[in-house]
Design a protein around this ligand. Structure first.
Ligand code: C2E
Ligand code: MG
Ligand code: MG
Ligand code: MG
Length: 288
């Protein structure tokens, strides 16, 4: 695309920035249509309690297979949706479908189940999403105990009293909140002390760094110990190898997800796994 740009534009931007901006623009152009055509589907990554290796539930992850662009990863299009405001309709769709999934899984078994749904801070700032979510939960109180919201701390809500209030509102309804992507920069330990969160999700990059660097390992261990003393559960994401698993056990993490255990599954496959959850020990690493 950059070849089509005027020399003036070429001069204004570095090559990489032009490419990123074009990609952003192209995704933006197709995202509206994708919402209309409903080109999204949800996948479900199993989450295991450790060291028991008991299946706890799953994290809901969105997938977009665009007719025009092919598969577009959420890290790319969620950021675009946040800027364009489309995150509100996409996020509400994910939320509503996740409640349906909880309902269908609860009908199969009354065993423990936690379904984690990612919520962008931009969604939280949108009154419509918040009111609709509160309304749905108030009308379906039996779904609340199975639901967990994952919020990524970002520039959008650092020091935002408004977002903190909304999170407290959810918490008052009995909803559990997880702080996602802990260790990726803007996260401060202070937001944990505000008391809204019951779970910390360590970002995979942080764990990979801890594998490579013992000083980093010790810093992360200290952060995890403090989080424990605040009563938080700790999930380690992105576990791909047995040695990473050994490390997160030593760090004191209480739950894991990652390709070592299972990649994200279709609803059908996750449902089958949930049904045999009593025998679902770690030895049975799910088929990819
Ligand atoms: P996240 O919430 O931190 O999700 C974890 C990501 O790690 C997922 O990427 C998952 O597929 C990936 N993952 C799981 N196991 C492994 C592993 O062993 N190794 C590696 N390298 N990766 C692993 P995914 O699905 O591409 O999602 C990326 C991000 O997009 C998510 O990060 C989340 O921030 C966002 N996202 C995904 N679905 C939604 C959604 O429905 N709503 C919102 N607002 N954001 C979403
Ligand atoms: Mg997440
Ligand atoms: Mg994460
Ligand atoms: Mg994230």
């Amino acid at each position: 695309y950059s070849a089509k740009r005027s020399e003036r534009q070429q001069a204004l931007y570095h090559e990489n920035e032009v490419t990123d901006w074009d990609r952003h623009f192209i995704i933006h152009q197709h995202l509206n249509k994708a919402v209309e055509l409903d080109e999204f589907r949800l996948v479900f990554q199993p989450v295991y309690e450790i060291p028991s290796q008991r299946l706890l539930g799953c994290e809901v992850l969105i997938r977009w297979n665009s007719k025009v662009l092919g598969p577009v990863p959420p890290d790319e299009f969620i950021a675009v949706a946040e800027v364009s405001g489309l995150i509100n309709s996409i996020g509400l769709m994910v939320f509503e479908r996740s409640l349906e999934v909880i309902r269908s899984l609860q009908a199969l078994s009354n065993g423990a189940l936690k379904v984690a749904v990612n919520v962008s801070p931009y969604q939280l700032k949108n009154r419509h999403f918040y009111d609709r979510a509160v309304h749905l939960l108030a009308n379906n109180p039996e779904l609340v105990e199975a639901l967990e919201l994952e919020v990524t701390e970002s520039a959008a809500f650092v020091n935002s009293e408004h977002v903190t209030q909304l999170l407290r509102g959810f918490k008052a309804m009995g909803l559990r909140l997880a702080l996602d992507d802990y260790g990726t920069g803007s996260t401060s330990f202070m937001s944990l002390q505000q008391g809204a969160f019951s779970r910390l999700k360590l970002d995979k990059r942080l764990l990979y760094e801890a594998m490579a660097d013992h000083t980093k390992y010790l810093v992360i261990k200290a952060a995890i110990d403090s989080a424990h003393s605040l009563g938080l559960e700790i999930t380690a994401e992105g576990i791909e190898t047995p040695s990473q698993y050994q490390m997160v056990l030593a760090l004191g993490c209480t739950a894991v997800q990652g390709y070592l255990f299972s990649c994200p599954l279709s609803l059908e496959d996750f449902t089958a796994l949930f049904q045999q959850k009593n025998n679902a020990l770690m030895g049975h690493v799910a088929q990819h």
